[in-house]
Design a protein around this ligand. Structure first.
Ligand SMILES: NC(=O)c1ccc[n+]([C@@H]2O[C@H](COP(=O)([O-])OP(=O)(O)OC[C@H]3O[C@@H](n4cnc5c(N)ncnc54)[C@H](O)[C@@H]3O)[C@@H](O)[C@H]2O)c1
Ligand SMILES: CC(C)[C@H](C(=O)O)[C@@H](O)C(=O)O
Ligand SMILES: [Mg+2]
Length: 362
């Protein structure tokens, strides 16, 4: 029986439309193969939405997302909008989307593919076998804490303020997601904080430690964020699942991404307690290569696979996409960010064509 899905597509800015076009073509092919009918609804977000409507997250866009089974997002942001105040920048649209849909859990897997070991900037023996899941809290912490803003002091000097806040319930719900994720993976969870300095981190560490009593099968450890950053580069294989707050997770997930060769490879899933999830690459809108057909579309395509797996419960269709990605890499196809000597350099569009061919042969 045909399964129907409403998908909101948010191509956004920079390389967003280029990589989204590839992901949509790939979804259409697996749709035919698995009898899935996608009703795609495209909506503006970020800079594109600012240009079209004056706002980074028009209410019609949020409504369309709310009425979908899942949301596929590319990336937002660019030089053109960089001088706007923070609450009207493209990034505010993305944060509003996460808050508006209650997407408190961000899963960012960083797994090195054997075909790409030589594309990593680290030595083979350091990265071979790396398979990390970063579970990042996404709707709290310093990104959303109040007070925030730029205020004038009595002397007339400007003072910028952000506030890092976590409540016990926010820590507990992301903790549960992380313990459950660790249970499905290698059974190890490392909680990352700055409890040697920040009270909010002391509470984080206490609550995660208490929660671990409910997960006796999971080996819990704690690291301070500065040490975690160092350990990720020094010996990344020690990590299985990492749980951390919004800001630390933003930074550590980019570092983890680079272990795998390129940030252009890594997908993510943002999930709430209920309702549609948002599936998006970890990377940004890469304005430096936008419009040049140079972007790596694989993180976007793998985000579509995560959407099928975690958002639509279609693991077989997700498997097919992931296998097609492995196959094109196996046959030596590479975009510029993951090229190594002797491989075929393809543009974004040609990489999409290679994926479609690989899928159709299945
Ligand atoms: N989720 C998002 O939408 C998201 C995430 C991060 C940054 N941003 C925004 O993107 C803009 C640019 O930010 P940035 O430059 O710090 O980060 P970025 O991730 O856009 O780019 C960092 C570097 O990685 C390269 N890169 C990124 N994705 C690539 C891909 N798919 N293929 C090949 N190379 C790729 C870029 O060319 C650039 O050199 C900013 O406006 C930022 O706020 C958006
Ligand atoms: C663009 C920005 C708001 C965003 C974040 O900081 O969360 C990005 O860096 C990410 O990692 O998704
Ligand atoms: Mg980031």
């Amino acid at each position: 029986m045909t399964q129907n899905y409403r998908i909101t597509l948010l191509p956004g800015d920079g390389i967003g439309p280029e990589i989204m076009a590839v992901a949509v073509d790939v979804l259409k092919v697996v749709g035919k193969q698995f009898d899935l009918k996608f009703e795609f609804q495209e909506a503006p977000i970020g800079g594109a939405a600012i240009d079209a409507t004056g706002e980074p997250l028009p209410s019609a866009t949020l409504d369309s997302c709310r009425n979908s089974d899942a949301v596929l997002l590319a990336a937002i942001g660019g030089y053109k909008w960089d001088s706007l105040p923070s609450n009207s920048r493209p990034e505010a649209g993305l944060l509003g989307l996460r808050a508006g849909l209650g997407l408190f859990a961000n899963l960012r897997p960083a797994k090195i593919l054997p075909q790409l070991i030589d594309a990593s900037t680290l030595k083979r023996e350091v990265v071979e076998g790396v398979d990390i899941m970063v579970v990042r809290e996404l709707t709290g912490g310093i990104y959303f804490g109040k007070p925030k803003g730029i205020f004038a002091t009595e002397s007339g000097e400007k003072r910028g303020v952000n506030t890092m806040v976590y409540t016990e319930s926010e820590i507990e719900r992301i903790g549960r997601v992380a313990f459950e994720a660790a249970r499905k993976r290698g059974g190890k969870l490392c909680s990352v904080d700055k409890a040697n300095v920040l009270e909010v981190s002391q509470l984080w560490r206490d609550r995660i430690t208490q929660l671990s009593a409910e997960y006796p099968d999971i080996e819990l450890s704690h690291l301070y964020v500065d040490n975690a950053a160092m350990q990720l580069v020094r010996a990344p294989k020690q990590f299985d699942t990492i749980v951390t707050g919004n800001l630390f997770g933003d930074i550590l997930s980019d570092a983890a991404a680079m272990l795998t060769g390129s940030i252009g490879m890594l997908p993510s899933a943002s999930l709430g307690a209920s309702g549609p999830g948002v599936f998006e690459p970890v990377h940004g809108s890469a304005p430096d290569i936008a419009g040049l057909d140079k972007a790596n579309p694989l993180a976007q395509v793998l985000s579509a696979a995560m959407m099928l797996r975690y958002g639509l419960d279609q693991p077989k269709a997700a498997d097919n996409i992931e296998q097609a990605v492995l196959q094109v890499l196996e046959q030596g196809d590479r975009t510029g960010d993951i090229i190594s000597p002797g491989k075929n350099l393809l543009g974004c569009r040609a990489m999409g064509d290679a994926l479609i061919l690989a899928l159709e042969k299945k």
